[in-house]
Structure formats: C-alpha cells, structure tokens
Design a protein around this ligand. Sequence first.
Ligand SMILES: NC(=O)c1ccc[n+]([C@@H]2O[C@H](COP(=O)([O-])OP(=O)(O)OC[C@H]3O[C@@H](n4cnc5c(N)ncnc54)[C@H](O)[C@@H]3O)[C@@H](O)[C@H]2O)c1
Length: 432
Amino acid sequence: MKIAVVAMGKIGLPLAVQFAEKGHDVIGVDVQQRVVDEVNKGNEPFPGEAFLDEKLKKLVPAGKLHATTDYAEAIPGADAIVLVVPLFVNDETWEPDFGWMDAATKSLAEHLTPDTIISYETTLPVGTTRTRWKPMIEEISGLKEGKDFTLVFSPERVLTGRVFADLRRYPKLVGGLSPEGTAKGIAFYQQLLDFDERPDLPRPNGVWTMGTAEAAEMAKLAETTYRDVNIGLANQFGKFAAKHGIDVYKVIDACNSQPYSHIHRPGIAVGGHCIPVYPRLYLWTDPDATIVRTARQANMTMPQYCVDEAAAVLGDLKGKKIVVLGASYRGKVKETAFSGVFPTVKDLADAGAEVTVHDPMFTDAELAKFGFTAYHIGEPVDGALLQADHPEYKDLTPADLPGIKVLVDGRHVVDPAKWDGVKVIVIGDGEA
Ligand SMILES: NC(=O)c1ccc[n+]([C@@H]2O[C@H](COP(=O)([O-])OP(=O)(O)OC[C@H]3O[C@@H](n4cnc5c(N)ncnc54)[C@H](O)[C@@H]3O)[C@@H](O)[C@H]2O)c1
C-alpha cells in the first residue's frame, strides 16, 4: 500500500516507521520544515523514542519512508491516510480547540482522491469523526464516505518512548461509520501490526472491532478519564488519611492486594498531554458526568493543598524562599505539558513567597523561558515542594537545601528518615 501519515510528531513518526517496516511505501506530511528535513536525512527529530533513530536510518535510505510539507505530494493516490495531528483543550473554558485538526483535515480533503481509507488516530470527543470530519472531508473533496472513501477512528494508546513495544502489546481498537467501514478498518490495521500473546485479555490480542467510531472514540476517553477519576479518589483518601494519622500508601497497597481494587496514588498534580485533557474532551459531550467533573476539579486543587500544607508549618509565606522541585509533569521526562509546576508556582507566588524552580533535566535558560527563576542545590531555602518524581530527588537530604524547615513531598519520593529536624509532609501519610 501507499500510506500517507499526517503529522510526523512523537506518535505519527513512529507509526510511519512501523508501516514502512511492514513493507508499505510511506510518506509523512508535516507543516514543520525542520521535522521533514530531519526525517529525510534519516535523523530522529526528537529524542527519547526507543529504536526510532536506527529504524529511520534503515528505512529512509531504502526509499520506504520519506516526508514532505506538501499535501499535494502525499495525499493523491494514497491507498490509506492515517492522521494523528494533536487536538488541544482550552484550559479556561475546557472546550476542545480543533484548530490544528481542522487545518490538517482541510488540507487532506483538498487533495483526496477516490478509493482511500482514512483513519483518524487523534483522541477525539465522542461523535467527532462522524459529525465533524466526515462532512468536512465530503464537502471539500466532493467525495462521499462509504462510496468513494472510508473513514474510521482508531485511537492511539501507546506511550511515547516505547511506541514500538506498545503497538505490539495493546489491542488496536477500530470503529467505522458503517459495518462495511469498520470491516475495512480492521483489515487495514491487520496488515500493519503484529501483536504479542496476551493470555490475560478476554479476546486474543490483535485488531479489535469496536463496532462504531463512537465506541472507539469513547474507549480512549474512558480509559484515560478512569485514571483521572481514580487519582481524584486517591487524593481524597489521602487527605482524609493525613488528618487521621493514617498512611494511605499502606492502605492502598493493602486494598490492591486483592484483584478488585486498583487504587492509584495521591499526588500534587496530574500532568501531561493526556490525563488532564481527555476528561475535559469527555465532558464536552457528557456535561452531566458529575463524577468526571468533580475529580478533574479536585485534582486541580492539589497544588494549592500542598502550598497550604507548607504554610501550616511556615506560617505566612510572604517573603519565604520556596523551591519547587521538578518542572516536568512526571519524573524522567523532559516535558512540561500541563505540568503541576505551573499552578504550584502560581499558588506560591500568590501567597507572596519567593519562588524558585529546580529540575535536573532543564537548564537555567530553559526554566527562564517559562518565567521561572532557577534554583541550584545548595542555595538556602525555607521550604520545598517536590512536584516531579525525578530519581535524583530520592537521595536529597537537608544538607542539599540549607535552612529548609518543611518539605512537602508531592510524589512520595523521599525517605523521611533522612530528613531529621525537617517537617516532611507526604500527601496522604498522616504518620510522616
Ligand atoms: N504523545 C503521546 O504520548 C500520545 C499518546 C497516545 C496518543 N496520542 C495522540 O497523538 C496526538 C499527537 O501527539 P504527538 O505527541 O504526536 O504530538 P506532537 O506534538 O509530538 O506532534 C504533532 C505534529 O503535528 C504537526 N502538525 C501540526 N499541524 C499540522 C498540520 N496541519 N498538518 C500536518 N502536521 C501538522 C506538528 O508540526 C507536529 O510535528 C495527540 O494529540 C493524541 O491524540 C499522543
């Protein structure tokens, strides 16, 4: 097959590589010239994806994969088009921002030729494939879905960094706009993917039909929203435990020792591209989902909760030197999308604290770009809030943060035994 992949990002590029490795002729489209140039040189345009660079170095010179900024080169005559351009959510209104997706869909539709299967893999609000993309593609291309082309939705469920392993590990979920469309989508992905044996699954691992695009859209939103809600519950249990002298981690480990309990862990923030975003995409079409809304709102209050915990020890935070440890949204990734660092710094600054930020993965200049003042280990502070579970933080001791009186460990990372003379507050550990 000739396959066009729209967006050469952290997901689209590994997908393009996977399809090329299966023997198809793949062309990637991206609006960024730099990304296209790097791919065409056989270089990975971003670090951190296992096996990506070595695979590009084989497939690009072999002529199996190349990239372009020109939709007119990529789309006409393609047997299949896979689109994975990001969709954003407005942090204030919680409304989806379709800007990039609309632009990509228009460009695709302008160059579409008959007999193509189009698969959208971007996480979408339920119903978007049928009610937004189908009419948009039909109107611009003049072609008819179900007759001239097939449109399906198949969510991408992999984690960046281990895309090739996850593509084998997780079932590929597919739903079309008709039974025929779904069947074509299943047959399409069966030619692209190989799967690990998964005896733990209720069906053999492979391409799973979801029946409709809506069911496939909902599956991705549901599996991610579940995690946000679960963390919301863990946070609630954690706050209660802290007040009652209970270590919630002991409680959670005990609960999860039988197979019906899967309680996540409390924490200062839920960050990243996915988990704080998808509940809001879900709420867009199910605004009455009170459990989802409450959990999302509750998780957003956690940075303030941690600031209040510090203030309970230090008193008025005005003029107090507080360092936020970790700019990343989680340990070991250099990524700040929806990171808890932003609300934590804001809440501390609103309380009048002199706030600095430390992160072993970011330079001072990179932190300055976010408006943060960089902290260097060894500088005096009154308090610290641990925001990201970078492994380096496990071994911190009070000597690294001279003058520290309180450490709010928002990720349950440090060993309180090493923190003699300092009040260590672990979210959810009333024993700490
Ligand atoms: N990143 C993840 O961990 C992850 C995991 C599962 C699913 N997803 C899904 O994949 C989507 C994409 O994520 P990503 O991490 O690959 O994003 P990314 O930010 O790494 O890459 C997006 C790419 O899209 C390109 N782009 C923007 N507008 C375009 C247009 N009009 N035409 C062509 N290309 C365009 C950008 O230049 C960029 O290279 C997410 O929105 C999500 O739905 C992501």
